[in-house]
Write a protein that binds this ligand. Structure first.
Ligand code: FES
Length: 111
């Protein structure tokens, strides 16, 4: 079963979806879709909640840390810990996210 639909996503706009109980932030960048854990590693704010996308990063709307959508690494303080990144596959309009493991080995936040 698909976890989200490509047609529900707008370019460079974070979209939250829950996959097997894991909050995921999806971002459509042209023909690609990136998936990262939706929880900011600083103070557990939802990245899709008002988050902005700049280039290949998503900025947390609470204190402004930006996370690389490929590596999960924060590129600005106050966050210092990477967020998990996930493998995504798109078939037609169906988006599938594998949350069984983080592709960057980042720890899952406790929430
Ligand atoms: S909660 Fe995201 S930067 Fe503070």
């Amino acid at each position: 079963m698909a976890h989200a639909r490509l047609s529900d996503l707008e370019d460079v706009t974070p979209y939250r979806v829950d996959v097997d109980g894991v909050p995921v932030c999806l971002v459509k960048l042209g023909d690609d879709v990136r998936a990262v854990h939706d929880t900011c590693s600083h103070q557990q704010w939802s990245l899709s909640e008002g988050g902005l996308v700049f280039g290949n990063g998503v900025e947390c709307s609470l204190h402004g840390s930006t996370f690389d959508l490929d590596t999960g690494k924060p590129s600005s303080l106050p966050a210092m810990t990477p967020i998990p990144t996930f493998s995504v596959s798109v078939e037609g309009d169906d988006i599938h996210v594998d949350v069984s493991t983080a592709t960057n080995d980042a720890p899952f936040p406790e929430h």
